[in-house]
Design a binder for this molecule. Structure first.
Ligand SMILES: Nc1ncnc2c1ncn2[C@@H]1O[C@H](COP(=O)(O)OP(=O)(O)OP(=O)(O)O)[C@@H](O)[C@H]1O
Length: 303
């Protein structure tokens, strides 16, 4: 569990993180989304004590990171690509980390197996591909068998196999009851793995919600109807929670609060011909762009 309360970080004039309050709960994958420069990495660094908050607090499993006697057993983090001695093997790197935390060789072998590194564990880490390097970073994060796992942009630069592997690993860890928190600026990737989303822009929370809710709020449950009798269909569909819009004289109606199926049945029951009945899909990327539009730091201007 990660709990941030009014978490704030300023660098001189720049407010990178601006009063964030959120809770990342166990048993789920929580996505941390936002455009470039939104403050995701800064927030993650404060969670693991690499940066000190200007004000506010953040705790991991109930205590500030630095107050845990064995932090690696509480939270495993993959932040920017780890500095690994290029001449050292993956096995030696993990063993060195394990030694400093009283973790057994058996656990090192276990995480090597879990992350699919068994074939290359004795090779020089300097010769690792980006994907192998990511796997090694994740192996290090898992070493202490932590209850909470935090990954900054874990799928960056990975091939489809690697992306699928991370997705399955993370959903599996959440299903075991662990807290999984991961950042990305890719909404579509996040939608496949995250149960819950925290969206930030310019250091502030823009949404703390589920994927379904985000899409619904962006207009994802609208149905477009074209009919020979819009006036009658409109009055038949009316009811609590239903909104029907359409220009006067137009055959087209936009309906929220009724499914395409319900609209089709209602029209058929009353003998009203329909020319079109389409669920209006709002892509997650679109929902994300709508939400973060005003919070994008650097907007490309037309040349
Ligand atoms: N050490 C620093 N000194 C000054 N400004 C910083 C520092 N670290 C971050 N910032 C600024 O704080 C803001 C938030 O940066 P941060 O890296 O946390 O964003 P992010 O959401 O992780 O972005 P990205 O998706 O690009 O990684 C940015 O405007 C950045 O330039």
């Amino acid at each position: 569990m990660i709990e941030a309360r009014e978490l704030t970080k300023t660098y001189g004039e720049k407010t990178a993180v601006d009063g964030l309050t959120f809770t990342v709960r166990p048993g789920a994958v929580t996505g941390f989304l936002g455009p470039n420069g939104a403050g995701k990495s800064t927030t993650m660094r404060m969670i693991v004590g690499l940066d000190r908050p200007t004000s506010g607090t953040v705790t991991v499993n109930g205590r500030p990171y630095a107050d845990h006697p064995a932090p690696l057993r509480e939270i495993g983090a993959l932040l920017e690509a780890k500095a690994i001695h290029p001449g050292r093997s993956a096995f030696d790197h993990l063993m060195a980390l394990a030694h400093t935390h009283g973790i057994s060789r058996h656990r090192v072998e276990e995480v090597i197996e879990m992350t699919g590194l068994a074939q290359v564990a004795r090779k020089r880490a300097g010769a690792f591909s980006l994907g192998m390097g990511q796997r090694l970073g994740i192996a290090a994060a898992l070493l202490g068998d932590p209850e909470t796992l935090m990954l900054d942009e874990p799928v960056n630069g990975l091939d489809p196999d690697g992306v699928l592997w991370i997705r399955n690993l993370l959903t599996g860890l959440a299903a075991e009851g662990r807290t999984v928190f991961l950042s990305s600026h890719l909404m579509s990737e996040m939608a496949l793995v995250a149960d819950h989303l925290i969206v930030v822009g310019r250091g502030r929370i823009l949404a703390d919600t589920t994927v379904e809710q985000l899409v619904r709020e962006a207009g994802g449950d609208t149905v477009l109807v074209a009919t020979a009798d819009p006036v009658r269909l409109r009055s038949l569909l009316a009811g609590p929670g239903v909104e029907v819009t359409g220009r006067p004289g137009s055959e087209q109606l936009m309906v929220t609060g009724r499914t395409a199926r319900e609209i089709g049945f209602t029209a058929a029951e009353h003998g009203i011909p329909l020319f079109e009945l389409t669920k209006h899909e709002v892509s997650l990327e679109e929902a994300f762009m709508n939400l973060t539009h005003d919070a994008v730091e650097y907007v490309a201007s037309a040349a």
